[in-house]
Design a protein around this ligand. Structure first.
Ligand code: RTP
Ligand code: MG
Length: 143
């Protein structure tokens, strides 16, 4: 399995609960390396663009409102099978369905405020990374 990159967001609820370090600890313990990271407060247009695929869904406005309600940590994580690995660490979208020991089981309050985002496929990872980071902001990890 080749080294892969994925895109991660620690959402406003988890940032507000001071869980940034705890969540990065899970990623690093699982062998995912941080190759870029920054805190940003999304505006409406940036959040709408990010979740454009959900624009016709009934929860879209609430999702955008939540994602703009406070700062988030956006990161690029690198490792073997990183997209799937990261999804496993996050757990199911609805924390009620998330396996014990996953981030959403441990830290999310609801399907609307569910602590983390992770790319769902390598193609979306590439698109989402480029939506937030320039190539110069990505730091190759040689060790
Ligand atoms: P994400 O994109 O945030 O990583 O979450 P996901 O892949 O697990 O879920 P997705 O289907 O992409 O949905 C994006 C976000 O929209 C909210 N959502 N609400 N009320 C609902 O039925 C519902 N469904 C989705 C969630 O906050 C989800 O993370
Ligand atoms: Mg998704």
């Amino acid at each position: 399995m080749a080294i892969e990159r994925t895109f991660s967001i620690i959402k406003p609820d988890a940032v507000a609960k001071n869980l940034v370090g705890a969540i990065y600890q899970r990623f690093e313990a699982a062998g995912l390396k941080v190759v870029a990271a920054k805190m940003v407060h999304l505006d409406k247009a940036k959040a709408e663009g990010f979740y454009a695929e959900h624009s016709e869904r009934p929860f879209f406005n609430a999702l955008v409102e939540f994602m703009t309600s406070g700062p988030v940590m956006v990161s690029v994580l690198e490792g073997e099978n990183a997209v799937l690995r990261h999804r496993e660490i996050m757990g199911a979208t609805n924390p009620a369905d998330a396996l014990a020991g996953t981030l959403r089981a441990d830290y999310a309050d609801s399907i609307d405020e569910n602590a983390v985002h992770g790319s769902d496929a390598p193609a979306s990872a590439a698109r989402e990374i480029a939506y937030f980071f320039s190539d110069e902001e990505l730091c190759p990890r040689t060790r």
